[in-house]
Design a protein around this ligand. Structure first.
Ligand code: GDP
Ligand code: IMO
Ligand code: MG
Length: 421
């Protein structure tokens, strides 16, 4: 397994954490390449149940080096909390390092995220309020602080105060209490103390791993439909979850990536606002949510549910060029008499086979293909031939839209509940 990118092919929560945890059993390195602690990557293995937010999902293999890459935004307070929780569960975290080039989510970023959502009123994005947008905005405006700056007192001295003053103007404008420079500075010094020896230049390590022919997993956050450029803008996150984001965020040329795995949940979910064609507000939607436990791993919000959107999947395949697919949560569909796939959109009376820009997508209704349900438990299946024939046909159809062969089918949340093809 050389250099393999693992990316979400839908609206996020496809099961990326579960897939990375499985693949990381034989990976030398796992690198999270974008996003921040807006992620909720659920992993269930012999150590317990974990919802990872910023720590790479390879952390459970003590032989895997885990990197939080340059393309991420890091809230050290939440990272420290996550590391403490892992240590308390006897999971070693000494193999985790953070890129000095990753940007810091500072204490005012989550506050500004909340205020900006409030200001959007009826058009709010439904962000996780983790400060992701404001932190990436500071990065793009070239005034952000980076993780490495924690170890550079002179840089902090020069650049922290103006950032706080700027944020305070907004806070006061919204009748919120301003932050005190000395308090924030002390917090940053504490973070430096606690995380200092984990902050490194990740580039030499990453490229050494590649040159030695060792295995590297690139872990994506969220899914293509929330990509800043190609998702349902403005109802997106502030980074690029598609595979191109892995090149920039990890510092790897596209030619070094050997495989691109698209993680596809066999139905759709979304949290947050924005168009989500075919959202099921009926009994099927309620059953998908309950059987699939579709509640946000980060915010606890009920996830919006839909049948698989193959138009979005084709969009993802076009953007990320999957070399293989992992389909997750097949077992959730065991309970349905029939299952559907949205194969096209109907927009203003026209059948559309691609993902249009957001205002048009808002008017899309789904055109379905209906497949017979298999009504047989699949959780105990460990080989392709053990799967019911009707489930096999359904999975083969997904592979057509994902434009890549199936590599694994996940039939349960636990690490070993997976079929390899
Ligand atoms: P991620 O953000 O892409 O890592 O996905 P999440 O962890 O947010 O959401 C996936 C959810 O489905 C988690 O609760 C997983 O434990 C669970 N899960 C993953 N794969 C399977 C599966 O094959 N079957 C079932 N029943 N649950 C799964
Ligand atoms: P994982 O990695 C699902 C959604 C939010 C909102 C939009 C922007 O677990 O798949 P943000 O806080 O990033 O500014 O919010 O993106 N969102 C997610 N939805 N899974 C996630 O992560 C998400 N991270 C952000 O609900 O619609
Ligand atoms: Mg998630």
């Amino acid at each position: 397994m050389p250099v393999v990118a693992v990316v979400g092919a839908q609206w996020g929560d496809e099961g990326k954490g579960r897939v990375i945890d499985y693949l990381a059993q034989s990976a030398d390195m796992v690198l999270r390449f974008q996003g921040g602690d807006n992620a909720g990557h659920t992993v269930i293995n012999e150590h317990g149940t974990f919802k990872l937010h910023i720590v790479p999902s390879g952390i459970f293999n003590p032989n895997t080096t885990c990197l939080i890459g340059a393309g991420t935004v890091v809230n050290p307070a939440n990272l420290i909390q996550e590391l403490d929780a892992l240590e308390a569960a006897n999971v070693r975290t000494d193999n985790l390092y953070i890129s000095e080039r990753a940007h810091l989510i500072l204490p005012f970023h989550p506050l500004l995220d909340g205020l900006e959502e409030r200001d959007r009123r009826g058009a709010s994005i439904g962000t996780t309020k983790r400060g992701i947008g404001p932190a990436y905005a500071d990065k793009a405006a070239r005034r952000g602080l980076r993780v490495g700056d924690l170890l550079r007192p002179a840089v902090l001295e020069e650049r922290l105060e103006p950032l706080i003053l700027r944020a305070n103007r907004k806070l006061v404008d919204h009748e919120e209490a301003p932050l005190e420079y000395e308090v924030v500075r002390a917090q940053l010094l504490h973070w430096a103390d606690r995380l200092g020896d984990k902050i490194i230049d990740t580039l030499p390590l990453t490229h050494h791993t590649i040159r030695e022919g060792r295995s590297l997993l690139l872990e994506g956050q969220l899914g293509v439909m929330r990509d800043l450029d190609w998702g349902t803008y403005p109802y997106v996150t502030s980074s690029n979850p598609l595979v191109g984001g892995a090149c920039a965020g990890a510092g790897i040329p596209p030619t070094a990536i050997d495989e691109v795995i698209g993680v596809v949940k066999c139905y759709g979910t979304a949290v947050g606002a924005g168009p989500f064609p075919g959202e099921l507000r009926d009994e099927d939607g309620r059953r998908l949510r309950e059987i699939g436990h579709e509640y946000g791993a980060t915010t606890g919000r009920p996830r919006r549910c839909a049948w698989l959107d193959a138009v979005a999947l084709k969009h993802a395949a076009m953007l990320s060029g999957f070399t293989s697919l992992v389909v997750t949560k097949l077992d959730v569909l065991d309970h349905f008499d029939e299952v559907k796939i949205c194969v096209a959109y109907l927009i203003d009376g026209k059948v559309v086979h691609h993902v249009p820009d957001t205002p048009d997508l808002e008017r899309a209704s789904p055109v379905y293909e209906t497949w017979p349900g298999w009504r047989t438990p699949t959780t105990a299946c460990r080989t392709w031939s053990q799967l019911p024939a009707k489930a096999q046909r359904f999975l083969e159809r997904i592979a057509v839209f994902g434009e890549a062969p199936l590599k694994h089918v996940s039939v349960g949340a636990e690490r070993d509940a997976i079929i390899t093809l």
